[in-house]
Write a protein that binds this ligand. Structure first.
Ligand SMILES: [Zn+2]
Ligand SMILES: [Zn+2]
Length: 338
């Protein structure tokens, strides 16, 4: 199976936390948290159009400037999602600079904050000197589930849960609605080639078009342009395999307590990759709790309970410089039940 998402840590395990997710076969990427991120370089920073913030402690937000700098002057809408206070924090960042010569710039920054019962949204436009638009407030759909939807896209869904870090800290899951695999051999046998038309087919499926939906596909005849009509259901049956989608979960900055643990396990259930902070070794569990952070063993235990496939631990405290292996071993032993 060719996975649709390719994800990795923005920095090394002692660096500022963050995960970058490339959406394959599109020029699209998602970014979880905005710590120091110069290492991504301008092309990847520019590609990250949707950014999910856990909370705005400095190590999770100082990289806002780097993204702003590459996006400025490009025709782009940048969308930020996060907890209460994000709008004010973005406004504060923007107010730190002088904007008298950007009125011709097309950048818009949309910020969406999730409060238990409502969602607040504001946009900042370069053409307006980044003055905030009036805040729009919409009621959040009522639910008893601690998980809530932050972004719904035809291809994937981003959900969040609020964790206790003495302030709200959001943990996120990114889930592909389902995965579409193309059987190239069968395409070839039918005289069809891989091309842009397959992308259209995927969009038809993501949009939920019915099986009798008809469309034309170009056939590659060397001498003339030929098209053949297909029904969506026929293409699915002959050339595609539709399976469970990929799931990636990002958890940072949270205390280990019963409530946080239950929420994290629910969010991470059966994830393919579980990125989980583990700043402390378990011998310092008390310190971790005082600072509202997790230990490596706690991360491993939760990964085990959530039955994830892979665990990646990171956001290590500098006190363990030179002890990467000890932190990783502790997490893996708890994860594998050794
Ligand atoms: Zn924090
Ligand atoms: Zn942190």
């Amino acid at each position: 199976m060719n996975p649709s998402f390719s994800s990795y840590l923005v920095n090394d395990v002692f660096g500022d936390p963050g995960v970058y997710v490339e959406v394959r076969w599109s020029k699209r990427a998602l970014l979880f948290d905005l710590g120091h991120n110069d290492g991504l370089g301008p092309t990847r920073l520019l590609r990250a159009g949707e950014i999910f913030i856990s909370h705005t402690h400095m190590d999770h937000f100082i990289g806002f400037d780097a993204v702003l700098r590459v996006a400025l002057g490009r025709g782009k809408t940048l969308r930020l999602f996060g907890p209460t206070g994000l709008i004010d924090n973005v406004h504060g960042k923007l107010r730190g600079y002088t904007w008298n010569l950007v009125d011709g710039y097309p950048l818009t920054i949309e910020v969406r904050e999730f409060h238990g019962r409502e969602i607040r949204q504001t946009s900042f436009r370069a053409s307006n000197g980044f003055q905030p638009s009036e805040r729009a407030t919409v009621p959040a759909p009522p639910t008893s589930d601690p998980l809530f939807t932050v972004l719904e896209d035809p291809m994937f869904m981003v959900k969040a849960v609020t964790l206790n870090h003495r302030i709200p800290s959001f943990a996120y899951s990114l889930e592909e609605q389902f995965h579409i695999n193309v059987n190239r051999q069968k395409l070839h046998e039918a005289g069809l080639r891989v091309g842009a038309w397959l992308k259209d087919v995927k969009h038809h499926i993501w949009e939920g078009k019915p099986d009798d939906f008809r469309f034309t596909v170009p056939l590659y005849d060397e001498h003339r342009r030929v098209e053949q009509e297909f029904m969506l259901g026929e293409v699915k049956e002959r050339f595609l395999t539709i399976s469970r989608g990929q799931k990636i979960v990002y958890v940072v900055d949270a205390r280990y307590d019963e409530e946080n643990e239950a929420k994290i396990i629910q969010l991470a259930r059966r994830a393919d990759i579980f990125y989980c902070e583990s700043p402390y070794l378990d011998c310092d569990a008390e310190k971790a709790r005082d600072r509202y952070h997790l230990t490596a063993r706690q991360a491993g235990l939760m990964a085990r309970k959530a039955q994830v496939r892979d665990l990646v631990v990171f956001h290590f405290s500098p006190r363990y410089t030179g002890q990467v292996e000890a932190l990783e071993r502790e997490a893996m032993e708890a994860f594998q039940g050794a």
